[in-house]
Structure formats: C-alpha cells, structure tokens
Design a binder for this molecule. Structure first.
Ligand code: BES
Ligand code: ZN
Length: 465
C-alpha cells in the first residue's frame, strides 16, 4: 500500500539553510531495502529567510493595535501579498470590546487621628470598572464563598489574595456581599499583579505589591481597618471592529482527500511597541509558507490565516473558530499557530498545546525538526490563537521560543531583535510539516499513525513565560 514505508526513508538527506540563499530541503528519492519509493520528499518546500524578514520589517514599521488604521493597513498588506501568490483572500470582520486602560489610578490611605494620608502604588487590572470610592478595607482572604461568608462588606473595599479561584469569581463573591471595590495581591510578588482578565470585572479593581498589601492587611487586623480612597479614572470599553485574513488553497490533483490544515498567526500588536516578534514574525512565516506551498502538489486543502484582536483576548481566532461548520471541523487534520517565532533574545523552539499532550501537529514538527536542526520539545501553554481551535476539538499547537525575550510587550520589540535564521528554521519545519499533510504521496492524514512514525521528543516542563 502506498505510503506504508514512507516514514522510514523520507528525507534521509539533511536539511540546511542560510540567510539570503533561501532554504533548501534537499532529499533525493532513494530506494529502501524493500524497493519502496521515497514518498513525501517530492513535496519538500524551500523557504526564503530574507523574504520573511522583509515582511516582518514592513509590518513592524508601526504598532498594529486592533481596531486602528494601522491594523487595517497591515491587513491590506497581508491580503495583497497573498493575492500575489495566487490566493483567493477574504477578510472576516468581527467586533470586540476594546478596553481603554485608566488614565489615572490613585489609592490613598486616608489620614485618621491626625496622621498624614499615604499614597500607595496600585496597578489597574485589565477590564476594571472605573470609579471613585472610599471605604474601610476588609481582609477577604482569597475571596472564596467560605472566605466571605458572614463578612460585613457593605460599602467596603475588599483586600483579596490571588489564587485558588478565578479573579472574576472572587470579585463576584465580595460584590454579592456589598463590597464597592477590590484590591488584589500576591503575597510573594514584589510587583502588583498584572494578569489578563478576559471579561469585564464587576468592580473597580486594582492590585498592590505583596509588601504594600501585607502592610495594609496588618492595619486591618486592628478593629476597623484603615479607610482608603480609590479613584480609577478614564476607563472605557467600546465596541471596535477588527479583521481576520483568510487565504484558501484547494487541492490541485485529480484524486483528493477531504483533509484540511490551517496555519495562523496574529497580525495585531500591543500599543507599547511595533510587535516585531509579537507577532509580525508569525505573520511573516505564514506569508512565506503560503508562497512556498503554492508550488506543491496537493490532494488536500490548506488555509493561511492571520487573526486580529489577539492581544485583547483572542477575539479574532475565536470568531474564526466559531465560524467553522461542523463539517469543516470534521475535516481538520490540525492547526499550526506561530506566535513570537524570531527573536534573537528568546530561547529555543518548542511546541505548546493547550492540554500538554502530543498530537499530529507536534508529531510532524518534531520529526521535521529532527531532520533539520535537531529535535524540539512539546509542552503545555495557552495564551495564543490555538486555544479557540483546541476548544472546537482541533489538534493544534503553538510554535514559539522559550523562554520569551525580555522585550515582550514593550517598545523594544523591534526589527533589530529579529533573527533571520530563527525565522527560516521555524518556517522550514512548519512548511514541510504542512506540505507533508498536503502531499498526494501520503494517504489521508486522518490515519497518519498507520504510515508515519514520529521521532521521540521530550516534554518541556517550562512554558515560555
Ligand atoms: N504572544 C503572546 C503569547 C505568548 C507569550 C507566546 C509568551 C509565547 C511567549 C500573546 O500575544 C499574548 O500576549 N497573549 C496574552 C493573552 C491573551 C489571551 C490576551 C498574554 O499572554 O497575556
Ligand atoms: Zn502574540
């Protein structure tokens, strides 16, 4: 049966690349001991590191905050490039709640008994409510239903320790008892908590460093905690429009499978900087892999995707995943997600799944990597656009380098930190994994375990951040 022996002979030749010269994935067909023909290698693709770098450079000329003209310009650039390669490209628009961070936050311990008032250094949590409230501080422990049961919180400000249950649930629990604001802290953290909240918080909520919070907590131990005034100004949440770019390439062979594979990255950035690595790098690879795959023989369908509004809470990938029919979901082999894939200052390449388990996307990546630059590990990490695919039952993994670079989400995430070699390496691994799924020399990848033996690859217990 065709393909049975393919994995034993595929790509016996080594893979190499060099910046500028483009990537060669050279694998001359060989006869195995049983005389089988090497399958798959005919579909090997070559990517160009310079081309990827140029895309990243173009995109990272400015920030690309979702819902802004800059994002739309990036979308037009991506669409235009994909059309040059012969793709049919559509834009999927969607709306999302765009949160504007407070312009000012003040937390003051009100002076009592002739003592001077004291200013603290709070941080607002994303999606906090605005407001100006004052009240007594009450230690609400971890804000679990047991912790707050019987606590007198009406008109008061709850001091809550992080952990155990979801932040939104903690806030809801104290709000039920009448609290008017929340101060959150992690006792072992030197800095205020800055975790991302996916939905609107129901009260004005700020965080303090462990040290500041402990000091405040000490004062609450005495009867009648200190009175504080919390002012959170300039908060806004407005509906905004963002776009996903969807480029489809249908099979070009007479015999086809119904298999579907997708490759994605997010084109939006944070406002702090131009997001050269986060995630212009991923978009650059999506574009170059799309170009290279256009020249292959394919018996299956591939879609290249770039998502908007990832940084506000995975809104673009959520909109895309939700728009997939159950028929399309059933056709999926996998989704390859590329996010932060080219920094000189990050660690080594890994593949991260939502549940920490291997799947076809990691099996292929590890196997091609082992033939190119050495085996890569898999681990567990969410926080990018693979999550909504996972939630719809699609096998998916995030390709990224771990640990993340120190420039992550700062104004220093710029083109001068981008490594052409890292981009080219990731593109070759992912590009050839995708080309393998598409190859007419392999049967449907639904049953890949019948004809493909992945290499062994290790578990990475340390997620990127
Ligand atoms: N690119 C990051 C996720 C990431 C971080 C990947 C570090 C690899 C290493 C992504 O754009 C991001 O910032 N995600 C948010 C979560 C999202 C749901 C808003 C995050 O991690 O805070
Ligand atoms: Zn990102």
């Amino acid at each position: 049966m065709k393909g049975i022996l393919w994995s034993r002979f595929l790509l016996a030749a080594s893979l190499c690349w060099g910046s500028g010269a483009g990537l060669a994935l050279a694998a001359p067909p060989e006869a195995g001991p049983e005389g089988a023909v090497v399958h798959g290698s005919a579909n090997a693709i070559t990517v160009n590191g310079d081309a990827i770098f140029n895309h990243v450079s173009r995109l990272a000329a400015s920030s690309r905050v979702a819902g802004t003209q800059n994002e739309y310009n990036a979308v037009q650039y991506i669409k235009g490039e994909l059309e040059k390669y012969g793709y049919t490209v559509t834009l999927q628009s969607f709306t999302f709640p765009k949160f504007t961070a407070p312009s000012s936050i003040q937390l003051t311990i009100e002076g009592t008994h002739g003592l001077a008032s004291q200013q603290l250094a709070p941080q607002a949590l994303q999606n906090t409510q605005g407001g100006d409230v004052s009240g007594e501080v009450v230690d609400a422990k971890k804000g679990t239903p047991q912790d707050v049961k019987g606590l007198e919180l009406k008109g008061k400000i709850a001091l809550i320790e992080a952990g155990q249950i979801d932040t939104n649930a903690k806030i809801a629990n104290v709000a039920d008892q009448g609290a008017v604001a929340v101060i959150l802290y992690n006792p072992s953290s030197d800095t205020p908590i800055l975790d991302t909240q996916f939905s609107t918080l129901s009260l004005p909520t700020v965080s303090l460093s462990g040290k500041d919070a402990q000091a405040l907590k000490q004062k609450t131990a005495a009867n009648g905690g200190p009175r504080v005034r919390l002012s959170v100004q300039g908060v806004a949440a407005m509906a905004a429009t963002s776009y996903n770019v969807v480029a489809t390439l249908r099979p070009n062979t007479t015999t086809t499978t119904s298999d579907l594979v997708t490759v994605g990255a997010h084109h939006d950035s944070v406002s702090a900087g131009p997001g050269a690595n986060d995630d212009a790098s991923g978009v650059g690879i999506v574009l170059e892999v799309a170009r290279a795959v256009g020249g292959t023989q394919r018996d299956s369908e591939v879609r290249f995707l770039t998502f908007g509004a990832e940084e506000y809470g995975l809104y673009g990938s959520q909109a895309y995943a939700n728009s997939l029919s159950s028929t399309d979901i059933g056709r999926f082999i996998g989704h390859f997600q590329l996010d932060m894939v080219g920094s000189k200052n990050s660690g080594t390449l890994g593949m991260y799944t939502v549940n920490g388990q291997k799947n076809v996307v990691t099996d292929l990546g590890a196997t091609f990597a082992s033939r190119l630059s050495g085996v890569i590990p898999y681990g567990r990490f969410g926080r990018s656009d693979h999550v909504p695919f996972y939630q719809r039952g699609v096998a998916t993994a995030l390709y990224t380098h771990s640990p993340a670079e120190p420039e992550y989400h700062t104004r220093y995430d710029t083109i001068d930190k981008i490594s052409k070699d890292k981009l080219a390496n990731v593109a070759t691994i992912v590009g050839n994994s995708v080309a393998e799924i598409l190859s007419p020399t392999t049967p449907s990848f639904k049953r890949y375990k019948d004809f493909f033996t992945p290499v062994n690859y290790p578990y990475d217990p340390n997620p990127p951040v």
